[in-house]
Design a binder for this molecule. Structure first.
Ligand code: G4P
Length: 291
């Protein structure tokens, strides 16, 4: 799916979410565990207007577990509950209703003490395109409810999906726009496949990925593609291109005259990275841990 957000889209998306906020108790903010800040909407705090929320770091199966732990701590230090899940297999998705119960424990107890039978906690999943909202809704529901690839503005009758006895979810997620202003963010989103290559040149995206992997995950990259030597300086573009060319040669991406077809090599690198073939890789580390 290509992300194309214009000011009109953003206004409508924001309005749609704010309409839904009136119906719910808690927001489940879905981020990509590999790049939690880049996959976060820049105006989320303003949009949520103080609604209770939890951050769910999805696709944790593809992220570096040690880095994901750092993100959990990062959000905890900001007073926000965060935890990793893998919506595709369902790993830890049941933490969502369990944590909602913890968040509303006092309120529920108060109601019980007054003799009121507490109603189910109502949740809304929000996140940028491709972060896994539909996959998560379907997994929690235990059946196909949400069509993957939902778009803002495409409205249908809203329904509540029961998640166990104590929680229910709106069946349509809130769709947010990512941060486009920052080029680095755009590259990270493109590397993970949240922005398709039609928007950014595939070789440029692969260049960004190889440069990053050379710097932070060299051993993994070397092992996957059987590379000969680590570039002395990953900041030198020619050296990064040499790594890409070596990958191309190893994978038979050769055109007439023995030249490496960089575009084809780029496709292979990105496909394998996104599919987790290089192992679990995070594209972003909390700044506080880099110092
Ligand atoms: P969205 O509603 O937020 O737009 O996302 P959606 O559920 O459609 O998920 C986008 C892609 O991410 C899907 O792949 C889905 O299978 C994958 N996905 C969702 N959650 C997880 C997870 O926890 N781990 C992994 N590894 N993948 C996950 P797809 O159908 O192949 O789409 P695409 O890759 O062709 O875009």
């Amino acid at each position: 799916m290509t992300i194309q957000w214009f000011p009109g889209h953003m206004t409508r998306a924001r309005r749609e979410i704010q309409e839904k906020l009136k119906l719910i108790d808690v927001v489940i903010e879905l981020l990509d565990a590999r790049l939690p800040l880049s996959s976060r909407n820049p105006m989320i705090d303003e949009i949520l207007q103080g609604k209770p929320r939890m951050i769910v770091l999805n696709k944790a199966d593809l992220a570096d577990p040690a880095v994901t732990e750092k993100w959990v701590t990062y959000f905890k230090n900001k007073g926000i509950l965060a935890f990793p899940v893998d919506a595709a297999t369902g790993t830890r998705v049941q933490d969502i209703p369990a944590q909602a119960k913890v968040l509303f424990h006092d309120k529920i107890q108060k109601q019980i003490s007054k003799g009121i039978n507490p109603r189910a906690i109502r949740g809304l999943i929000v996140g940028i395109p491709n972060v896994g909202k539909s996959t998560l809704i379907n997994k929690l529901a235990g059946k196909a409810i949400a069509a993957t690839g939902d778009r803002p503005g495409v409205t249908k009758g809203q329904q509540w999906i029961k998640i166990g006895k104590e929680m229910e979810l709106l069946d349509t997620p809130g769709i947010l726009w990512p941060k486009f202003e920052d080029q680095e963010v755009g590259y990270r989103l493109a590397v993970t496949g949240a922005i398709k290559e039609q928007v950014i040149d595939i070789a440029e995206v692969a260049f960004y990925a190889v440069k990053y992997l050379t710097q932070y995950y060299w051993d993994t990259l070397q092992e996957r593609f059987d590379l000969s030597k680590k570039p002395e300086n990953f900041d030198t573009p020619d050296e990064v291109v040499e790594v890409m060319e070596e990958i191309g040669r190893k994978r038979g991406c050769i055109v007439s005259g023995g030249r490496v077809d960089l575009e084809k090599a780029s496709g292979i690198i990105l496909r394998e990275l996104r599919a987790g073939k290089l192992g679990r890789i995070s594209m972003e580390v909390p700044l506080s841990f880099m110092l």
